[in-house]
Ligand binder design. Structure first.
Ligand code: NAP
Length: 555
């Protein structure tokens, strides 16, 4: 019986290199690796050796015989991938370290999230490469801590891998240090052979509709940061006193937000959700969350695994009006002919199954609306509703055009979840159209397209705000390999300033760096409080309190 990949799949592909028969696809070398929703095991090739089950950092791979009923659809989802992908077996190469010239190498990585940590993972395999990792927050792990939804505990399993990287002798955390404030880019460039920026996409995309910023309308960036205890968002309040919330957007973040709003507080109380959010959610009156998509189900950006999982939330119905499950003519024809991409076909099938389910009176609801475009947020002083225009497909079947039908939906809470955007970084070029730092495979390029020696990017700032946590592993490996190849090619200038003064430079500018030991103290405090409460951790959310607890390296 084959092993099966299920919902928490983080796409970091660590399973791929341990599979003796190469039956897990797509691999990082496959063209669809960066766009596939998940990795899949070929049931016809799998020899059920269990190597991938042991290797998976998020426990997403299960032997078929251990599947729970809710996970059984994954048997078909895994097999379907191989229906429309003709793949060959054979061993997969894991990235190899090139033979480096003699001498120690020093790399600064800015951003202690998954993208930076995966790049570091590749570099610290070589003992004479030292990595200093900077982050403006007192805690590491970026979106694993501040983005992954609290009820997705398994996804946070990747932290074990990050802890292994941080424990290396040639790795050092300098958390609580803001590059651009406590230390400048040019000061890093003068001290390190390479500087890698892994600063992500911390800002929300704008809808550009009337009253977007009316009280009662917030971005998913704010809301996710709030329930995850990000220090920048911990002080926010969200009005949960109405019976309906509206979420704009059709990606996985929209689904996270909708799920958190309808999940029973007693379930959330077993997670690491921030205490302030749990307290407000306990008194929430919201019974219905409407998720608005401007296009149809075939173009939904959420993954099938996240969509499917909504159907198993206790006490919650997923509601879809069959009238709104309209397909464009091309998709309709491909579906009928059996030639539609299996991922899209599964999305449509799941939506049809949801729309056929009977509603149970008294349950909370997530209502999906398709071809529904927000045109204006309305309200006197605060949100009281949202005006929504009905769209129809244009002739190309992918874009939509507006109809004249506009309706108003009453709500006191609008959450805008239409994607993240990167912002320019001091000292680095920026491409405002693509909202990334221009680069070639991680090497930063200037306005003329020339590579800037020693300057690199990885993660969302490199490729845009797309892809889950594990997707950053191949991305980080690519950037790390670019650095190593540049070392081998003699393309990097020698640092000309000493790194010995970094902590005093930071302290002189009012910074209090937190190292691995400091982070361990914060982590241990949170875990101890969690243990007492039957939770994984109780998050600290105040940066000053965390700094004090960590007993910073320099006082
Ligand atoms: P996303 O996947 O890019 O989805 C953005 C959504 O916003 C799309 O449905 C898009 O619709 C819609 N949108 C954009 N502009 C709009 C507008 N002006 N009006 C109405 N709708 C608009 O972004 P995300 O949900 O923030 O997720 C970011 C990345 O993180 C994704 O790759 C996601 O998969 C990943 N992530 C993964 C997980 C997980 O694996 N569990 C969890 C969270 C996030 P159109 O398609 O029509 O443009």
């Amino acid at each position: 019986m084959p092993d099966v990949i299920t919902r928490p799949c983080c796409n970091d592909a660590s399973c791929v290199s341990v599979c003796p028969v190469n039956c897990i696809r797509p691999t990082p070398a496959d063209p669809d690796f960066f766009t596939a929703e998940s990795l899949y095991i070929d049931p016809d090739t799998c020899i059920d050796c269990g190597a991938c089950v042991d290797e998976c950092p998020v426990d997403a791979i299960l032997p078929e015989e251990s599947l729970q009923p809710a996970d059984e659809p994954y048997l078909r989802i895994n097999a379907d991938y191989y229906r429309d992908h003709d793949v060959e077996g054979g061993l997969v190469d894991s990235p190899r370290q090139p033979k480096l010239p003699p001498g120690d190498l020093h790399v600064a990585i800015v951003g202690a999230g998954p993208a930076g940590l995966y790049a570091a993972e590749q570099l610290v395999r070589t003992a004479r490469i030292s990595v200093d990792m900077f982050d403006r927050l007192p805690t590491p792990h970026g979106l694993v801590r501040a983005g992954v939804a609290p009820d997705h505990a398994l996804t946070k399993g990747v932290e074990k891998n990050f802890d292994r990287v941080a424990a290396k002798k040639n790795f050092r955390y300098l958390l609580n240090v803001t590059v651009g404030q406590h230390i400048r880019h040019e000061e890093l460039a003068a001290r390190y052979h390479g500087v890698i920026y892994a600063v992500g996409a911390a800002h929300d995309r704008r809808l550009s509709i009337a009253s977007e910023d009316l009280p009662g309308s917030a971005s998913a960036t704010d809301f996710v940061g709030w329930y995850n205890g990000h220090p920048d968002h911990a002080g926010a309040t969200h009005d949960l006193s109405g019976d309906r919330a509206v979420v704009i957007g059709n990606g996985n973040v929209a689904l996270d937000v909708a799920r958190i709003l309808v999940t029973a507080p007693e379930v959330l109380a077993t997670t690491d959700i921030a205490d302030h959010a749990l307290e407000q959610l306990r008194s929430s009156s919201i019974t219905e969350v409407v998720v608005l998509a401007r296009r149809g189900i075939a173009h939904a950006a959420f993954t099938n695994s996240e969509f499917l999982a909504l159907g198993s939330i206790d006490g919650v119905d997923v509601v879809i009006d069959p009238e709104e499950l309209v397909l464009d003519a091309t998709t309709e024809a491909q579906l009928a002919a059996g030639t539609l991409d299996s991922t899209v076909a599964t999305k449509i099938r799941l939506a049809q199954e949801f729309s056929a389910r009977p509603r149970v009176p008294g349950r909370r609801r997530i209502v999906f609306r398709f071809l529904a475009d927000p045109v204006e947020i309305v309200g006197e002083g605060r949100v009281s509703g949202i005006r929504v225009r009905k769209n129809q497909y244009a002739a190309d079947g992918t874009t939509v055009t507006p109809t004249d039908t506009v309706t108003e939906l009453a709500t006191g809470l609008v959450l805008r979840s239409i994607g993240y955007r990167c912002v320019p970084v001091d000292g680095l070029p920026f491409d405002p159209d693509r909202s990334v730092v221009p680069n070639e495979a991680g090497r930063v390029t200037d306005a003329d397209g020339a590579v800037i020696p020693g300057l690199y990017v990885t993660g969302w700032i490199k490729r845009g705000a797309t892809g889950g946590i594990g997707r950053n592993r191949a991305c980080g490996q690519e950037t790390a390999s670019a650095f190593l190849d540049d070392v081998v090619g003699g393309k990097l200038p020698e640092p000309f300033a000493s790194r010995d003064d970094i902590e005093s430079l930071v302290a002189d500018r009012g910074g209090h760096p937190i190292d691995l030991e400091g982070w361990k103290r914060i982590d241990a405090t949170e875990r101890a409080a969690g243990k007492a409460a039957g939770r994984p951790r109780v998050k600290l959310v105040d940066a000053a309190a965390m700094t004090a607890l960590a007993s910073p390296v320099t006082a």
